[in-house]
Design a protein around this ligand. Sequence first.
Ligand SMILES: Nc1ncnc2c1ncn2[C@@H]1O[C@H](COP(=O)(O)OP(=O)(O)O)[C@@H](O)[C@H]1O
Ligand SMILES: [Mg+2]
Length: 269
Amino acid sequence: MTVRTAAAAPSRPALPIADVDADVARATSTGVGEFDRVLGGGLVPGAVLLMAGEPGIGKSTLALEVAARAARAGHTVLYVSGEESAAQVKLRAQRIDALAPNLFLASETDLGAALGLLDQVNPSLLVVDSVQTLASSQIDGAAGNVGQIREVASALIQAAKANNISALLIGHVTKDGSIAGPRALEHLVDVVIQFEGERHSRLRLVRAIKNRYGPTDEVGCFDMGDTGIVGLADPSALFLTSRDRPVAGTCVTVTLEGRRPWLQRFKLW
Ligand SMILES: Nc1ncnc2c1ncn2[C@@H]1O[C@H](COP(=O)(O)OP(=O)(O)O)[C@@H](O)[C@H]1O
Ligand SMILES: [Mg+2]
């Protein structure tokens, strides 16, 4: 049996290209300069980002920072946490100074309920922490399996595109470094951001590995500390201390990360 798709009435007519409104696709600053750098200017309305990284690296912290900055800039922001209770997220917000009046917070693991919240709050930025913790009751299987992740992502993408909402989806990577479940989303989302860093170091690198709106060779540098995550416009300062005289047994090297050169000091013995 052959299945054929019948022509239907279009929801929007095709326009002469000169009449298309391009302003709706312009990036607006997130208020976090190093994040804007990675995104190629900022967040685009209707754009869906996947931010992937290992547990504990700082994804929730950066997402909350971006959410608070956007809220302080006048946007309505909805932060849906499936990982932590609202009280836990509030404690983090207090610690990193992210209590903003237009920032709405909900702890939710049901996709349908999250979409309901989206209708209620009508935000311009949505943060979902994480895609692996939401699940649809219409799909078999537990939260986090590939079928669920795909359903969660496609429903959120559809909602974001229909309402011009920027969405930031957090995804966990597995220990071997692949974005396990979330890797199945890479072709669905507009931007994929990878969070990198070592446990013993405060330096965090954030790079775009896919970006429909900007370059993919930019790297954002952050300092992860007790009071939050702070952009490092000059990462060399983290490695170099100013000394009057050269120190025997050390050398300074220049490395290039994406488009950014920086200086690092090493001990030779
Ligand atoms: N109460 C706290 N005081 C200071 N630093 C904390 C506290 N809780 C978490 N952190 C820091 O935040 C990091 C976790 O960041 P988080 O944004 O939750 O990571 P992710 O969302 O990627 O799992 C921890 O590794 C730790 O460095
Ligand atoms: Mg987290």
